[in-house]
Design a protein around this ligand. Structure first.
Ligand SMILES: [Zn+2]
Length: 184
């Protein structure tokens, strides 16, 4: 089924409204299924995603549109719909012509993983610190921990949370107010 869609209005250099009437065809790459557009009179079009060269005589046209911006928008729309169907979210834009099926969810996941690593790193450093202290002192006051955290590159703002964590995990025991014993 072919649909003809009217081009949208543009402003030219003299600020006059003109209609971009350049005819474009929209079709789908038979190899990678990406949507593409090509000028009406173009004989061949190379798929930007997979590199397959399409001969216009052999392809099935999905839509005819007038105007480059409309052609680009229609391809975007179709790619988005495809990605939402396949991935559950729109694709990341690579440029006007190309689409990258890279997942935004993945980069979010990567960030979260990195954050988790950082937190894990702080916990490990903190435990190292406690272990070092415990070698010298059976029981040690909180200020001693405070004096050492810089050496272990632990931000002061994280100290209370780390102490709570260590108490919970039974790495640390609070003997008296602000006096701790290392339990490992
Ligand atoms: Zn392709």
């Amino acid at each position: 089924m072919s649909v003809i869609i009217e081009g949208i209005v543009h402003l030219n250099e003299e600020n006059e409204y003109i209609r971009d009437k350049t005819p474009y065809k929209i079709f789908r790459c038979s190899k990678c299924k990406q949507y593409l557009y090509t000028k009406q009179n173009q004989k061949k079009k190379k798929c930007l995603r997979c590199g397959k060269t399409h001969t216009m005589e052999d392809i099935e046209i999905i839509e005819y549109v007038n105007g480059l911006s409309l052609a680009v928008n229609r391809v975007k729309e179709k790619q988005n719909n495809l990605a939402i169907k396949e991935l559950g979210h729109p694709p990341e834009l690579r440029g006007l012509n190309g689409y990258k099926f890279k997942s935004k969810v993945n980069s979010k996941k990567e960030k979260m993983m990195k954050r988790k690593e950082e937190i894990k790193g702080k916990k490990e450093k903190f435990q190292e610190l406690l272990f070092e202290l415990s070698k010298k002192y059976k029981v040690f006051p909180k200020y001693m921990i405070e004096l050492l955290i810089d050496d272990y590159q632990i931000p002061k703002t994280k100290l209370n949370n780390l102490i709570i964590y260590a108490l919970k995990k039974k790495i640390l025991e609070e003997i008296n107010k602000n006096y701790f014993k290392y339990l490992r």
